[in-house]
Design a protein around this ligand. Structure first.
Ligand code: PRP
Length: 210
């Protein structure tokens, strides 16, 4: 039996579709109820918050998992990144108010307040640029921060761009591209090598070229 950790929220639907096209079917109780775990075939499915997926995999509760590259970059968990699944594509960006002038905003004398749920990624990016920042660590609705004036800029993920647009923000710089990755627990990769290879092979066969 292989345990698989999956992200709740918007990426779960894409996971269901991808896995189904690979002939791997989610347990009914997960699809039709609020149950967060269930078994289907020889897989045990666990559904958790996206940023908790690597924790379940690192600690070996799950042998493999699906998680965004953004979460891996931020947390740097001790797991193997096996494969880019090609779903959940987005960009990690620095966004600023539509009417802001970058040359004034990022003048080196000022400390910029950055709202984000990616403090490590944000700090590394601005450090490299030599721009002094203060991090405002928020959990979500990041785009609200510059609108209300609690922060100057944001570091966040952009998918369709709608949330930025509708909150009068624009991309200043792209930091990285993200998509969902299949990850594995280090020990499981040896102990359950064959089972993991089988799942990986099925997912690889089904992946659409981008
Ligand atoms: C994410 C992200 C942006 C939004 C971008 O938030 O933090 O707010 O999606 O998507 P878009 O470019 O398609 O508009 P999410 O919906 O995960 O919720 P959150 O604000 O609670 O983190």
């Amino acid at each position: 039996m292989l345990a698989l950790a999956l992200p709740s929220g918007r990426m779960l639907d894409d996971c269901v579709k991808l896995f189904e096209s690979a002939g791997i079917y989610f347990p009914k109780e997960i699809l039709e109820s609020r149950r967060l775990s269930g078994t289907s075939g020889d897989l045990n499915f666990l559904v958790c918050k996206p940023k908790d997926v690597p924790i379940y995999v690192e600690y070996g509760t799950a042998d493999i998992g699906v998680v965004g590259k953004d979460v891996l970059l931020e947390g740097n968990p001790q797991v193997y990144e096996l494969y880019d699944l090609g779903i959940g594509r987005c960009k990690i960006v620095v966004a600023i108010p539509n009417d802001a002038k970058p040359e004034e905003l990022f003048s080196k004398d000022d400390i910029i307040r950055v709202a984000t749920k990616y403090p490590k990624i944000a700090r590394e990016f601005f450090n490299k640029k030599g721009i002094s920042i203060e991090i405002l660590n928020l959990s979500g609705s990041i785009e609200l921060a510059p609108v209300t004036g609690i922060a100057d800029v944001i570091v966040d993920i952009v998918s369709t761009g709608r949330t930025l647009r509708e909150n009068n923000l624009k991309v200043w710089e792209e930091i990285a591209i993200s998509s969902a990755r299949l990850i594995a627990n280090r020990a499981s990769l040896h102990i359950k090598a064959e089972e993991i290879k089988t799942v990986l092979k099925r997912l690889k066969e089904t992946r659409q070229p981008q």
